[in-house]
Design a protein around this ligand. Structure first.
Ligand code: C2O
Ligand code: CU
Ligand code: CU
Length: 462
């Protein structure tokens, strides 16, 4: 609905039993009873308010990933929405470090999140962000898409309508009853050999879901399609390629990154995509004979996790779409010499509360501590160093990748990003201007288990 120039959405967070695997009902936590949740369509510069109502049995927090908004709507991990009947947060809450965060703004039952949508058109996603419990909440289904669009992008002539497909890729594991299987939450499993280690590394599933369906097959015209790809997996990395029945690899023409259109298209043979990253990619099916398939394969998977989905070319069809050689002219071109300062952050394993943790700069997340203070408007270069794979995400700002291990960035690092995938042993430099809003934001690893095990830090923009 619309009132006073603000578009309003209402989302109820509730339990629902969904048919994910054929013929079985899987109990999930949902936004409005679906997985993924409802897709929100926003126009650039047109503010929206989303009222979330929490009918789940636990507190929740909603974060719009990639959104540029005030801290009060950013879904800070202690800004809880308590379910009705949940004890006052002043009472003891098991497992919730940070309940003594003096800045937490806790509401009961509902909360309004307001987004100015004053940002480049792109694909965002919203998901749960509760302190220490983000990974199991996303795993159970709390994730959905939000598009930002504008006239300029729509006038480019990229494939649109039926030929623009969001692809939310997420792996999950199921038990014999079709229930989602999350090792760390299952006391019987927790004791089995290897389960603890698997949780620490990040939880993987052996079923690949695309838009909530296992290994789907989608019928397409022999024409160009624009795929808006999100890796919504907790921990799984993909390197996607498009393979025809006769063994050819179709080009993946990247037109956009996490934070919107590239300056110019970039053609890839395969495309790595880490948790939380989005890629905006055009595939041309016109060279594929009618009746043949194009499989989307994960080169990093094995056995059944190698397959992601398939397209079946169903018919010949006219195609009025195009991929312009210039896509946008507003990708910021910050230079090293613009930076007011350079900071270093290590992303490494370490000890936390006597157990295994994942640490930034040697420290686990603490809501009561400010880790980084940046004056509004400053440009900074951050040097990030990783031990194992860590997809590093900054709230509020988009950034550019300047280098990887002292060399040029990789071809898929182009454009404006909000998540950069650090490979094992790698260091990367990113550059951004911290503009937009003052207040408390986060940066963290988007391996959701790493995030819950401490790999998150506070960023205060003053
Ligand atoms: Cu996708 Cu801090 O979030
Ligand atoms: Cu985010
Ligand atoms: Cu990590």
């Amino acid at each position: 609905s619309t009132s006073g120039g603000v578009d309003r959405y209402e989302i109820t967070q509730r339990e629902a039993a969904l048919e994910i695997l054929p013929g079985v009902r899987t109990p999930m936590w949902t936004y409005n009873g679906t997985f993924p949740g409802p897709t929100i369509e926003a126009r650039r510069g047109r503010p929206i308010t989303v009222t979330h109502r929490n009918e789940l049995p636990v507190p929740t927090v909603v974060h719009l990933h990639g959104g540029r908004n005030t801290p009060s709507s950013d879904g800070y991990p202690t800004d809880l929405v308590l379910p009705n009947g949940w004890p006052d947060p002043a009472h003891t809450m098991h497992g919730m470090r940070g309940m003594h965060d003096p800045r937490a703004v806790v509401t009961r039952l509902t909360r309004d999140y307001t987004f100015p949508m004053d940002q480049r058109p792109t694909l965002l996603w919203y998901h749960d962000h509760r302190m220490d419990f983000t990974a199991p909440a996303i795993w159970r289904g709390l994730a959905g898409l939000q598009f930002v669009r504008d006239d300029a992008e729509e006038s480019l002539g990229l494939p649109a309508g039926r030929r623009e497909l969001p692809l939310v890729i997420a792996d999950r594991a199921f038990d014999d009853h079709g229930h989602l299987h999350y090792p760390a939450l299952d006391p019987t499993l927790r004791k089995q050999p290897g389960v603890r280690e698997a949780y620490v590394a990040g939880v993987l599933g052996d079923v690949i879901l695309v838009n909530g369906a296992p290994w789907p097959m989608h019928e397409v015209d022999a024409a160009r399609y624009r795929l808006r790809i999100l890796n919504a997996s907790n921990a799984r990395h993909y390197e996607l390629e498009a393979v025809t029945d006769d063994g050819r690899r179709l080009d993946l023409v990247q037109v956009g990154a996490d934070q919107g259109l590239l300056a110019a298209p970039a053609t890839h043979r395969s495309l790595p995509i880490a948790p939380a990253e989005r890629y905006d990619v055009v595939i041309d099916f016109s060279s594929v004979p009618v009746g043949n398939r194009v499989r989307i394969v994960n080169r990093l998977g094995s056995g059944r996790t190698r397959d992601v989905m398939a397209f079946r070319v169903a018919r010949k069809a006219a195609d009025g779409s195009r991929i312009p050689r210039v896509l946008s002219n507003d990708v910021p071109a910050w230079r090293r010499s613009d930076a007011a300062r350079v900071r270093d952050f290590s992303f490494r394993a370490g000890r936390m509360h006597g157990g295994h943790g994942w640490l930034i700069g040697g420290r686990p997340f603490d809501p009561a501590r400010t880790d980084v203070t940046v004056p509004l408007g400053d440009v900074e270069v951050w040097r990030l160093i990783a031990d194992v794979h860590h997809p590093v995400h900054l709230h509020l700002v988009g950034f550019r990748v300047l280098s990887r291990s002292g060399k040029q960035p990789l071809p898929h690092d182009a454009g404006l990003k909000d998540t950069v995938s650090l490979r094992p042993g790698e260091s990367a430099e990113i550059i951004t201007r911290f503009d937009g809003y003052r207040g408390r934001y986060l940066f963290h690893c988007h391996n959701a288990e790493h995030e819950d095990m401490g790999m998150m830090a506070n960023l205060e923009i003053i």
